[in-house]
Every structure is written in structure tokens, then in C-alpha cells.
Design a protein. Structure first.
Length: 195
């Protein structure tokens, strides 16, 4: 069985989709849900599913990313994960951290990368007049929202969309895409999933 740790910052709907998928004949199991925000709703939801949870509050580190990440590493390595899934984890990671987990850390991003790395992806797609939007799962490298693409899902942009309505449509696809990619990835297959 592969061991999967999931990093979150908020509600954790992608974490839940991943955790629910890891059952039965799935070759992986969730072993830790870790947040930089001790009040993240996703922590309660993970605990209710019986998954070990932990938090490393980034605020006391006052911008000392290396020290914050050292505390994250301590929690993560104690769980001995084979794969780490960033799922709405909203802290920038240093090259030291991404390098430590190279080729075993995944991220989901709410745009069709390489378009719109960073924040406000849905508004940027609307402002550009894009006919479609979507989400991407990729391997994490030292470059923000970059790295080999492991899957993408597309949705139409509809007349009257605002950032919230578009985000909601994309999120439905995130919940399908991330589990599909993870299953393939833990089986040793990096062929992109296209939904
Ligand atoms: C998701 O839409 C995810 O793609 C996005 O945050 C949301 C988290 O929702 N991630 C990023 O923007 C990463 N830069 P969730 O907590 O319900 O999974």
C-alpha cells in the first residue's frame, strides 16, 4: 500500500475527494492530513473520516519559511508518505522543500496551466474572454504552479459567469480529476489524465 499525505489550508473538498477514493482495491491510503491553519475546516472533516491530522501554524514563524517548512517536514516525515498531495495548500514552498519531495509531490491548480499560475485564476480567465477554463494536476517543482502535467479537466465558460460560478464548475471537475490522477500515479503511470 502506498502512503499518501495531504496538505490543506481550508475546507478540504479536494482532500475529501482524494480520501474517499482511497478504498477497496485502490493501491494507496491516506496517512496524514496536515494544515498550516489549525482552524482549517478540512482538519475536522479528515478527523471525522478517521485520518490522522496535524497542523503547523505558519503565523508564529513570522515569514521564516525555512523554519516553518522544517516543522512541516517533521510532521510529514513522521507519517512516512510515499506521495504528498497539495490540495488547496496556500503557502509558497521553497526549493529546499520541493526538492526534498521531488517526483512524489502533486498539486492541483484551478486553471489550465501553463495559463494563470498564482491567484485569481477564474477572474483572469473571465477577463481574458476565454471560452474554456479548468484545472490541472501537476508534479511540484521549485517553480510555482509549474512542473510536469499529470492531468487536466476542462469546462466551458458560460454567458453570465462570474468568478464564483466558474470556480464552482471547475471544483466539480477537480474532485473527479485529482483522484483519477492519484490512482494512476501511485500505480507508477504518469500518463496525463484528460477529462
Ligand atoms: C481548489 O480550487 C484548489 O484548486 C485551489 O484551492 C481550492 C481549495 O479548495 N488551489 C489553489 O488555488 C492552489 N494555488 P478545497 O480546500 O475545497 O479543496
Amino acid at each position: 500500500m502506498k502512503r499518501v499525505a495531504i496538505l490543506i489550508s481550508g475546507g478540504g473538498s479536494n482532500m475529501i475527494a482524494l480520501a474517499r477514493s482511497m478504498q477497496g482495491d485502490h493501491p494507496a491510503r491516506p496517512v496524514l492530513v496536515l494544515s498550516n491553519d489549525p482552524s482549517a475546516k478540512g482538519l475536522e472533516r479528515a478527523a471525522a473520516m478517521g485520518i490522522p491530522v496535524a497542523a503547523v501554524d505558519h503565523r508564529p514563524f513570522k515569514g521564516d519559511r525555512a523554519a516553518f517548512e522544517a516543522a512541516l517536514v517533521q510532521q510529514l516525515d513522521a507519517a512516512v508518505p510515499d506521495v504528498i498531495c497539495l490540495a488547496g495548500f496556500m503557502r509558497i514552498l521553497t526549493a529546499g522543500f520541493t526538492g526534498r519531495y521531488a517526483r512524489r509531490m502533486l498539486n492541483i491548480h484551478p486553471s489550465l496551466l501553463p495559463k494563470y499560475p498564482g491567484l485569481h485564476t477564474h477572474q483572469r480567465a473571465l477577463d481574458a474572454g476565454d471560452a474554456e477554463a479548468g484545472c490541472t494536476v501537476h508534479e511540484v517543482t521549485s517553480v510555482l504552479d509549474d512542473g510536469p502535467i499529470l492531468g487536466q479537466a476542462r469546462v466551458p465558460v458560460l454567458p453570465g459567469d462570474d468568478a464564483d460560478s466558474l470556480a464552482a464548475r471547475v471544483l466539480v471537475q477537480e474532485h473527479a480529476l485529482y483522484p483519477a490522477v492519484l490512482r494512476r500515479y501511485v500505480s507508477g503511470d504518469r500518463t496525463p489524465v484528460l477529462l
